[in-house]
Design a protein around this ligand. Sequence first.
Ligand code: KG4
Length: 349
Amino acid sequence: MILLGIESSCDETSIAVVEDGRRVLSVETLSQIEIHKVYGGVVPEIASRKHLETIAGLAEEAIRNAGITKKDLTAIACTNRPGLIGALLTGLSFAKGAAYALGIPLVTVNHIAGHIAAAYLAFPELKPPFTALSVSGGNTFFIRVADYCDMTVLGSTRDDAAGEAFDKVARVLNIPYPGGKEIDRLAKLGREQYGVEECMRRFPLPRPVFEEAPYDTSFSGLKTAVINKIHTAEQKGEEIEREVLAASFCEAVADMLVSRFEYAVKSEKSKTFVVGGGVAANSRLRERLEASAKKYGVTLYMPPLSVCGDNAAMIAAQGYYDLLAGKTVGLDENAYANLEYLSERNGKI
Ligand code: KG4
């Protein structure tokens, strides 16, 4: 089965051709970062317009580079939730048109499930059940993956996503959007120069926990604490030690996520854990998760950096399993900015 994957939930237009959910034949991704950079973040209306301009050309290119023709496609898989509504609708409308024109089925994929499915592309042996962390610019979710299409949210962020906190802290440090990668680089320098304990001592930061909801996270307070420290230093005319601050911030984010990972290891039956999403590229988070997984005898699947960020191959991977499960949709299918339905579906995404 050959699926055309479509991803347009935020600021990447991406089209991929994937065989049997595991083998990537082509993936074409056009990032809009340079366009949004001048505004310090993604401007939804601009994102939608750029998706519209590029999506058809990218699809042609992806099909050509896969060495197939449109007639070889079995189905179309498209992200329809969660994300920027206009951006999602652009991809979904294109997907509907293509599926109708080619007379093939359409499946719609949850973006968060897509980030988890990125691991299917990188690790052929990986199969559910497992526990997963999907952590990106827009979402931070701990998820029980009982089967390919049976996913239950264990907890999520109550405010900012982890990546959002990275980007907002970066903005105050005059680092261009998206700042996660640069904060990661600065933090490495801070750790190398002073050691992590000293960085945390110089910039102590909060790590909120919710006893009644152990998987839930909150990154807004952490972000505000960092921003307040930067502003206080500015008001006093003091030089901020960016590397030290970045190292302390990365450690706090890693602590918050690793503590939930360890809770999952103790409370979930599975000894397999998958991490996906843009923030999964963070070097300190990767190091800390690897160390913890080793300590608890957990098999940890962290896809390479190349598939951590938004891409359509992961959407086609999840879409393949949705198709096998018969989850095709009609041309009346809609897009959804968030997952408001979770409580109605007992947390099933
Ligand atoms: O998954 P992604 O490409 O898009 C969303 O679905 O949101 O994730 C983008 C996010 C941005 O917030 C970016 O700053 C963050 O991932 N990011 C990182 C790193 N690389 C990207 N955050 C921390 N450390 C990194 N190395």
